[in-house]
Design a protein. Structure first.
Length: 140
């Protein structure tokens, strides 16, 4: 008789754990989707849907063909940086692994930011500077 009650209790417990786990993962996924709509530049958060409206698109030639994206120099200026030559710019990514690269203003002037995979392309730098999944551009 004791086993007759134990099995239903275990089954309900497993189902509850599964439901709670599923809800938790869904909540984290929704939070990540919200975060993907934000980019942090120079310490300020910008909504990607609004931020890129006034930034011109340009196409650059790379050793992997032509790439189109938003002008990085316009992005930096729009974010509020006044002395653009006075700084270094670090592009930070967190997914799939934390990764970052730092460039100077001369590189920024030739680079683009593509919303496809949130990637920066620099035609004059090695591919290791093409950072994917960018979440922040730090101005040093």
């Amino acid at each position: 008789m004791g086993n007759d009650r134990l099995f239903p209790i275990l089954a309900i417990s497993v189902l509850l754990i599964g439901i709670v786990s599923s809800l938790y993962v869904t909540a984290l996924s929704n939070e990540q989707n919200i975060k993907e709509e934000i980019i942090k530049i120079n310490g300020f958060n910008f909504d990607k849907n609004d931020f890129f409206k006034d930034i011109s698109e340009k196409t650059i030639s790379t050793d992997r063909g032509e790439k189109t994206g938003y002008a990085l120099d316009e992005m930096i200026i729009k974010s509020g940086v006044t002395c653009t030559d006075c700084h270094k710019y670090t592009f930070k990514a967190v997914l799939p692994d934390p990764y970052q690269q730092t460039v100077d203003w001369e590189d920024i002037k030739t680079g683009i930011f593509s919303l496809n995979r949130d990637i920066v392309y620099f035609p004059n730098l090695p591919h290791s500077f093409w950072v994917y999944n960018i979440v922040e551009i730090e101005v040093d």
